[in-house]
Structure formats: structure tokens, C-alpha cells
Design a protein around this ligand. Sequence first.
Ligand code: B1M
Length: 211
Amino acid sequence: MSVSDIYTAVSEYDDEKVTELVNAEVAAGTDVQTILNDGMIAALDEIGRKFSEGTLFVPEMLMAAEAVQAGLEIIRPLLIDTGVKPVGCVVIGTVKGDLHDIGKNLVAMMLEGAGFKIVDLGTDVDADQFIDAAHENEADLIAMSGLLTTSMPEMEKAVVVIDEANSTRNMNVKVMVGGPPVSQDFAERIGASGYGIDAPGAVDLARGLVQ
Ligand code: B1M
């Protein structure tokens, strides 16, 4: 048994096997980040590569994602095991038009584990939904995830509307963005407060932004 078996089970869309193997690795004390990165995320990357070259299609991407979600359910308590008082509140979601949620869920789990209160709006979230939730929860941060190139203009539009809401609705919420098409340069260009390269990076960034 090794982490590469998890990679294989995700590649074979076998969620029961993923559950069994992740449980076994956790019980054996394998580092959670290794299980995540080398087992599950690496397999999804390979699936994505095959999708790009046209040898796999949407149903296979979906089945692989479901296998990864099964593994994440097991890891979740390990990532959010915290008894500390909230260090801030983050409203998180995947932007309008985008239904990818695995990365967003991971970021949310790690932020929760770092002591943030999380309000997760799910996927396909528009700017007004982010703003209303941030207002209602007196949030410190709005965290927008996007996997599609078409998510980038949505983020840009949302930042403008959130800026306006900060003045008109007496809010003071900062915006962080993340996801593969996004970069530090992009975040700066659209006026976001920061860019998180991955889930641990999002935690570091969020900590810095709420200080
Ligand atoms: Co889609 N998909 N997908 N997909 N999918 C990608 C993203 C793609 C790159 C595949 C490819 O072409 N190689 C491509 C996007 C191309 C582009 O626009 N540049 C693509 C496409 C085209 C599509 C469809 C349009 C396909 C179609 O219908 N023709 C369609 C779009 C649907 C929609 O959203 N409207 C679609 C659908 C799907 C599924 C539903 C089948 C499924 C998603 C299921 C789900 O999420 N529940 C799916 C999947 C699984 C993928 C791939 C294979 C895997 C994505 C993933 O979960 N990665 C993906 C290819 C790939 O990534 N290699 C692909 C693992 C995850 C942990 O990584 O989300 O990047 P990621 O998160 C990282 C960092 O980015 C960061 O932290 C995480 C790790 O620590 N991060 C943040 C993420 N958000 C952050 C926020 C932060 C900070 C960091 O702060 C706010």
C-alpha cells in the first residue's frame, strides 16, 4: 500500500477504493499533504491533461472529481481540527459561471483549520451574493476561486462591485483570488488585495490580510 495506489484509484474513478486507501494512509500516519498532493491532486492533473489532449471527456473528469471528494471527506476532520477562537471571517465561493469546487473546498477547509470562520457559498456565486453574505456576517475577507479562463472577467467585475459596496454599505472587506488561471499580476491588475497560489498559500495570505 502506498500513496501511488490512491493516484491509481482516482485514475480508475474508484471512490470506494479511494476511501479505503485514504483511511489506511491516514491510519498509517502518512502526511495529509502528501496524500492530497501526490495521491489525489496529481491524479486530477493527469486527468485534466488527458482532457486537454482529447483522450478523456467530461464524464471521466466528473467521476475522478467524485473519487477525490470521497477522499477529502476523510481528510476534512484532520484539516479543520481546531478549537481556537475565530481569527476572522471569510466568505468563500467559486465565481459565477464556474462549477469547480474541489480547490475551493480545500482552501475553505484549510482556512477553517487555521481558525477562520467560513461562510461557504458554493459554486456559481455572483458578486451580489458575495457582498450580501459579507455584509450579513461582517466578514473580513471575500475569497473567490475560479478554474476557468472565463472566471477571470467575473472576478474583475466582482472586485469593482465589492469596492463600491465597501463605500455604500459601510463595509471593509478585502478580496483574495485564486485558481489556476489567476496570478499575482492578475490580482494586482484587478485591484484584489491578494492572490493565493494554493490552499496553504491562501491561509498565509488571509492571515496577513486580517492583521
Ligand atoms: Co473542468 N476544466 N471543466 N471539470 N476540470 C479544468 C479546470 C480544465 C483546466 C481542464 C483542461 O482543459 N485541461 C479546463 C479549464 C480550461 C480553461 O478555461 N482554462 C476545464 C474545462 C474546460 C471544463 C468544462 C468547460 C468542460 C466542458 O463542459 N466542456 C466544464 C466547465 C463547467 C463549469 O464550471 N461551468 C468543466 C467541468 C468539470 C467537472 C464538473 C467535470 C469537474 C469539476 C467537479 C468539481 O469541481 N466538483 C472538472 C474537473 C475535475 C477538472 C480538472 C480535471 C480538475 C480540477 C480540480 O479539482 N483540481 C481540471 C484540470 C486540472 O486542474 N488539471 C479541469 C484539483 C484542485 C485541488 O485544484 O482547483 O486548482 P484547484 O485548486 C488549487 C489551487 O488552484 C488553489 O488551491 C488549490 C490547491 O491547494 N486555489 C485557490 C483554488 N481556488 C483558490 C482560491 C484561493 C486561493 C487558492 O483564494 C480565494
